[in-house]
Design a protein around this ligand. Structure first.
Ligand SMILES: *Cc1c(COP(=O)(O)O)cnc(C)c1O
Length: 480
């Protein structure tokens, strides 16, 4: 047996390579990363999937024997990375871009190297404190004081799910209460909220989609009326979800007015600020976010507004006790962890136990660049959006939605003498994607086909916007 152990050890040690191996892998990976950053502005924003390459990925054997870093990176570079949308491109205007910044990537790398167990304070006080520090920074931005808390989730969807679970636990809804319990949403609320309600077993709640005003913001009077009617009918209003930056139109609901209504009726008030939250860093935007500090819970997405690579969302709750209570657990093998009371651990306030040390990918960029760089970039994106909006609004053949609150609006091509707008805009979208110089996603507004335009990639600057306008014009001319 001992001989076998020695043999196996020799093989197992391959998993812990020496400096020469590491340096070789660093060199090749750093060269790859440098090449990526140096060419990203020329890379396509969209490339249709190549069926052959996808087949190669499926058929590529996972072998018993090792392969060389150069050939593996070559495979990544030719088969995997260039397929589909390029989220790192500054010419990406679809969905909600972010870009992904270098310093965040290095944070991820260091998190993986040190592999701190960021779930439990007992196991990793430093990593947990660092994550809590970031949560506190976001809480202070929101304007919370006192007993706030939260955690870094993998994204906005998971953070919203955790918020809704917490709200339900707080309301102490039993299965029998669900059909009489009412949720109030905007007509443009992100679909992950309805999905979170479904996952939480709440899809049989009464759902009230509150109408929006001309700027696509929730009408507080309509909300107030709806709640009053429901109370009179013996129903149980328990949750209001407002948006601070709707996905399609970037509209910010009247946060403060809704807060007052929630308070009056003692209803949990959740604000989904996954897209728009970090625009609070710009002082002039304070007015639009006024009252957000009255929300019971707020979701933010650092992988949008802080330009981090995918995998970072955040839930911040006004009273962390609700979050702890909603995630209370007991397990014999966790007894060591229970002795430490403060600070609370991510594992106490979320469904995750073993978790990625996400904080490092957010902390390192904030440290290395300073908040002002993020604030300036966000303000730049707002002005770029207004610049693009104005150009399109002046365009004789383009129809735009209202002036955006943030960095998103919709538009469509509307040439005179034609009325099949949906068909020609679908054709315009196809030809834009075929070329792939820019990427736009689309949406349906009142049943019509519209382009969505969102400026939030860290790599979008004035030159990219002018390029976008040129590309759009070129394609309009081509199919006119
Ligand atoms: C992006 C977004 C979400 C979902 O967040 P993910 O990080 O994609 O899971 C939820 N709500 C709003 C308003 C969003 O913009």
């Amino acid at each position: 047996m001992e001989e076998r152990i020695a043999q196996l050890e020799q093989k197992a040690l391959k998993l812990e390579p020496e400096a020469a191996f590491r340096n070789n892998v660093y060199k090749a990976s750093t060269a790859y990363a440098n090449h990526f950053y140096e060419t990203v502005s020329e890379q396509k924003a969209y490339q249709k999937e190549e069926a052959g390459a996808i087949k190669d990925i499926f058929n590529d054997p996972i072998k018993d024997e090792p392969e060389q870093i150069d050939s593996v990176l070559e495979f990544l570079d030719t088969k995997v990375v260039p397929q589909g949308l390029n989220p790192a491109s500054g010419n990406h205007y679809g969905y909600i871009p972010g870009g992904g910044i270098f310093s965040g990537a290095v944070g991820d790398y260091l998190a993986a190297v040190t592999n701190r167990y960021a779930g439990v304070y007992f196991a990793s006080p430093g990593a947990v404190a660092l994550e809590t520090r970031l949560v506190n920074w976001m809480a202070e931005m929101i304007g919370y004081t006192g007993n706030y808390g939260g955690y870094l989730a993998s994204g906005g969807s998971m953070a919203n799910l955790t918020a809704i679970h917490t709200a339900r636990e707080h309301a102490e809804l039993k299965a029998a209460d669900i059909p009489k319990s009412v949720v109030y949403l905007g007509e443009q609320t992100h679909h992950c909220v309805a999905r979170a309600l479904k996952i939480c077993g709440l899809k049989e709640c009464v759902m009230r989609y509150i109408p929006l005003d001309d700027h696509y913001r929730m009408k507080p009077e309509a909300l107030q009326e709806s709640i009053a009617e429901d109370v009179a009918d013996g129903l149980n209003p328990w949750l209001i979800v407002a948006s601070a930056g709707t996905t399609d139109l970037g509209a910010i609901d009247p946060i403060g007015e809704i807060a007052a209504i929630a308070q009056k009726h003692d209803v949990w008030y959740h604000v989904d600020a996954a897209y728009g939250g970090f625009f609070m860093l710009i002082e002039e935007n304070g007015k639009q976010f006024k009252g957000i500090e009255k929300a019971d819970s707020v979701v933010l997405d650092p992988h949008k507004g802080l330009f981090l690579s995918y995998g970072t969302g955040a839930l911040i709750v006004k009273n962390v006790d609700h979050l702890v209570k909603a995630h209370d657990y007991d397990a014999n093998y966790m007894q060591d962890t229970k002795e430490e009371q403060l600070p609370y651990s991510p594992a106490d306030v979320s469904p995750e136990l073993s978790k990625h040390f996400r904080g490092l990918r957010m902390w390192l960029p904030l440290k290395l660049h300073g908040v002002d760089a993020f604030r300036s970039s966000l303000e730049e994106k707002m002005l770029l959006t207004q610049y693009a909006w104005k150009k399109l609004e002046e365009h004789p053949e383009v129809e735009v939605s209202t002036m955006p609150d943030l960095t998103t609006f919709t538009f469509r091509w509307k040439p005179s003498g034609l009325d099949n707008y949906d068909a020609i805009n679908k054709q315009l979208h196809r030809t834009i994607l075929e070329e792939g110089a820019i990427f736009l996603s689309t949406t349906s507004i009142k049943g019509g086909f519209w382009f969505r335009f969102t400026v939030l990639s860290v790599r979008t600057h004035k030159a990219e916007i002018d390029h976008f306008l040129d590309v759009l014009e070129k394609h309009i001319k081509k199919i006119s």
